[in-house]
Design a protein around this ligand. Structure first.
Ligand SMILES: Cc1cc2nc3c(=O)[nH]c(=O)nc-3n(C[C@H](O)[C@H](O)[C@H](O)COP(=O)(O)O)c2cc1C
Length: 207
């Protein structure tokens, strides 16, 4: 079984999501010895923005690609191959400005490719990258009770985007209120650790 461990926080050693993804992976390995773990640090190795030279993989390249297009295609292919090979994804998703970090967004932009991770049919889009378990480690500075005026987008985005690519087994580890004082921070860690146990207790499709 292959697990792809991804961090996207820009806060280095002070990052909560980094600490928690490491705890998830350690617990995963304890429960599933022999798991092959690969690591991708999107803050240290941020893929370039998905620009016009990268577009060929989405629209079907016409003619011989330029050097710039070839370079972009190689980067997309490398990231997509790594993603497709994983059975389990553990992704650290800190909330930055009500969405996912741009470092994570540019990686996702490279994955969404017709014929590889999704296709459109007469009945609508079909995801092609299913049979994976996605564990989203979600850290927030604030707390956003349901029905409030402020609605962060990152959890919905992760569920929708990976669901679009066929991944429906999405599990969340949540640490909310990390900037709201020591008590709230302690409670956030306690909640996250309960979520880790619950997320990893569920069976996985791939043995
Ligand atoms: C650039 C930046 C933007 C942030 N934006 C938000 C935000 O919109 N809402 C929020 O509740 N917290 C926000 N925070 C706080 C983070 O969500 C919080 O520090 C969390 O721990 C980040 O995870 P990390 O420690 O793994 O980076 C922001 C933090 C940074 C550094």
């Amino acid at each position: 079984m292959k697990l792809l461990h991804i961090d996207s926080s820009i806060l280095g050693a002070n990052s909560v999501s980094r600490q928690l993804t490491a705890e998830v992976v350690a617990e995963w390995q304890r429960r599933h010895p022999g798991t092959d773990v690969e690591y991708l640090d999107l803050a240290a190795e941020t893929p370039e923005h998905f620009g016009i030279d990268a577009l060929g993989v989405k629209i079907g390249q016409q003619g011989e690609p330029s050097q710039a297009q070839r370079r972009q295609n190689e980067l997309s292919e490398r990231l997509l191959t790594q993603f497709l090979a994983a059975d389990v994804l553990v992704i650290g998703v800190p909330l930055y400005n009500f969405g996912v970090p741009s470092q994570l967004k540019v990686w996702i932009d490279r994955l969404a490719q017709p014929g590889r991770t999704f296709s459109y049919t007469a009945n609508g889009p079909v995801g092609l990258a299913g049979d994976k378990t996605l564990i989203v480690v979600s850290s927030r500075g604030g707390m956003y009770p349901e029905g409030g005026a402020l609605v962060p987008q990152e959890r919905t985005f992760m569920r929708q985007m990976f669901g679009f690519m066929g991944i429906t087994d999405v599990r969340f580890v949540r640490a909310d209120g990390l900037s709201m004082g020591d008590g709230a921070r302690e409670a956030a860690f306690a909640q996250a650790r309960r979520d880790i146990q619950a997320a990893l207790a569920e069976p996985v499709a791939v043995a």
